[in-house]
Each structure stands twice: as C-alpha cells, then as structure tokens.
Design a protein around this ligand. Sequence first.
Ligand code: ADX
Length: 172
Amino acid sequence: MTVLWFTGLSGAGKTTLAKAVRARLPSYSFILDGDDLREGLNQDLGFAEAHRLENVRRVAEVAKLMVKAGVLPIVALISPSRQGRALARGIIGQGFTEIFIHAPLAVCEERDPKGLYAKARRGEIRYFTGIDAPYEPPLAPELMIDTVCNSVEACADKVLGFYGLPSLRSRA
Ligand code: ADX
C-alpha cells in the first residue's frame, strides 16, 4: 500500500492539502502531521539536523506500522533533507511516494500563517527552514504540486488523479 509523503517548506500548503486529500479518501487514511507529532511522540526533538533526521525516521516507522494495519498514511512533514527522505524511503519501501508541495520561499513567507517567518527574520527562532536552515528540494519526486498556481481543490485532484481515485472510491 501507498504512503503519501508531503515534503515542502513551512507554509507551502502541506497540511491544507493533506486535509483536502483526506476528505476525499476512504476512512482508512490518516494524516501524520509534523506539528501534531511534535506535540507528543516527537516532543523531545528540536530542529537541529540530527533531530530532524530522527523526526523523519520515527514518522516513517509509524507510517510503516499504519500500512501494516491497513491504513493509508498521509505524511505532512517539512522533511528538508534528501538524506532524511531517502531514509524514509528505505524504511517504508516500495509504497513510499514523495510529493513535493511547492511554493517559493517568498510566497511562504508572505503567507506566514503562524507568524514564524517573521519571528525567524527577527532572530527569535533559530534554524528555521528556508531562513537559516536549508531545504533541499526533491530531485525526482513522484509528484510535484504547485500550490501557487492551483487551488486547493485542483491540487487535491492532482494527487488523487495520480493514484486513480476511482479505484480508491470503489474500495470505500
Ligand atoms: S521537520 O523539518 O523536522 O520535518 P516538521 O514538519 O516536523 O519539521 O515541523 C515543522 C513545523 O514546526 C513547522 O510547520 C512550524 O510550525 C514548526 N517549527 C518551529 N520551529 C521551526 C524551525 N526552526 N524550522 C521549521 N519549522 C519549525
């Protein structure tokens, strides 16, 4: 079974799109969101490189367990490094589907839904992805979604179209 792995900058639209996709999928799908997981399972982790790798590793392991349980995980995690995403691909195996949720940094910063880019610019948050910590765009994602030129619904259509929505619907 598939794991939808959304990677992209903070504010690129990962969570919004994950919810839109989830709403159209059968009930056996579940969103694993970085912000949520950092409140519990990953509350001991920060944003230094090694912690982000551990974050990705744990989420990949949880996603793998979900697949075993017959759940379709939708992962929404910045997962900024190619190394981290390769690690996740290795843990999950064949079903790993890397979906690059793309919006330019300037747009994400303009959206700034949580006010975190402003804080990062003021130096109140350190190692903020895109500001003083790197984001390495996927080189060969299974799918790239441009959240600037497309509506949320159009983006969700694209993700679901890639997986052949009719078959998912018929299994619901
Ligand atoms: S990841 O880089 O380790 O994959 P993750 O997706 O779990 O990140 O968490 C990102 C969320 O944490 C952001 O959406 C934001 O709300 C919050 N956050 C807090 N500090 C930072 C930071 N320094 N860099 C990025 N996100 C941060």
